[in-house]
Design a protein around this ligand. Structure first.
Ligand code: AP5
Length: 249
């Protein structure tokens, strides 16, 4: 499950970057939005969904984390602005995030399909996505909304460890690497995300309840919402997701 992810250069770097290898498409390009509180397991499910359905994992959080390692000349003005907001501990405004996604609109057209994770995060971003997809003649297949009690979310976040190189995600208890602190895939030194500290978790949860939770109504009204309990093992949640998708089609 922590196999190296398919190349996502076009998404992570933007500009003229091209992906060397896309996820293996499965005939139909699936197009999903993943919703759910921070740490509910969206990224973990995205790995499993990419492996099964071939859709590419497009995470805005991964763009921001990757941007810190980019040369300044490789960053677009929108990306530079976003990093500045984050450095000051402020939320990245909708207009900036929308610009960043718009700069990557080719990824929405990817023949492998996509799993948008972290975008949209507000109703304004959801409106912008709707416009972008319409302009490209594309439609979402579903919006997968993962739900989990807060105490389990905090446990998942406080034990999360991430590889800076290949972006594989581990958990010190639930999904430990073979060797403590070292990535199984690429040997990278695992780190504890800055925003996984208790005080940051509280701020992120507040932002989620205020700005992102209303998106469930937004997508429910459009007949796209599938709500999935996110308790149990990653494989159990994945099986629930596939059942919900089959029941709908
Ligand atoms: P982002 O990276 O999108 O963070 P997030 O939404 O908070 O989501 P996470 O990556 O924290 O969690 P996840 O649900 O993917 O959980 P995971 O699978 O890793 O964004 C980061 C920041 O960027 C934001 O806070 C914001 O500031 C900014 N940002 C991003 N997009 C933006 C936007 N559109 N607008 C404005 N700002 C934006 O799992 C968590 C842990 O649990 C892992 O250790 C995992 O191994 C473990 N785990 C997973 N599933 C299970 C399971 N079933 N059982 C046990 N353990 C499990």
């Amino acid at each position: 499950m922590t196999d190296a992810k398919p190349d996502r250069s076009a998404w992570l770097k933007g500009g003229n970057s091209k992906c060397q290898a896309k996820p293996a498409a499965t005939g139909k390009p699936w197009r999903f939005v993943l919703l759910g509180a921070p740490g509910v397991g969206k990224g973990t499910q995205a790995e499993l969904l990419t492996a099964r359905l071939g859709a590419c994992h497009l995470s805005t959080g991964d763009i921001f984390r990757a941007a810190k390692q980019l040369d300044e000349r490789e960053r677009t003005p929108a990306l530079t602005a976003a990093l500045e907001y984050m450095r000051r501990g402020e939320l990245v405004p909708d207009s900036t995030v929308i610009d960043i996604v718009r700069e990557r609109r080719e990824c929405l057209k990817c023949e492998s399909g996509f799993l948008l994770d972290g975008f949209p995060r507000t109703v304004a971003q959801a409106d912008a996505l709707e416009v972008l997809l319409k302009e490209e003649g594309l439609r979402l297949d579903a919006v997968l909304n993962y739900e989990l009690p807060i105490e389990l979310i905090v446990k998942r976040l406080s034990g999360r460890r991430t590889c800076p190189g290949c972006k594989a995600v581990y958990h010190i208890e639930n999904r430990p690497p073979k060797k403590e602190g070292v990535c199984d895939n690429c040997g990278g030194e695992l780190y504890h995300r800055e925003d996984d500290r208790p005080e940051s978790i509280r701020v992120r949860m507040e932002a989620y309840w205020k700005s992102t939770a209303p998106l469930t109504d937004f997508y429910n009204r459009r007949g796209l919402l599938l709500t999935i309990p996110a308790n149990g093992t990653p494989e159990e949640i994945f099986n629930r997701t596939m059942e919900a998708l089959h029941a709908r089609s």
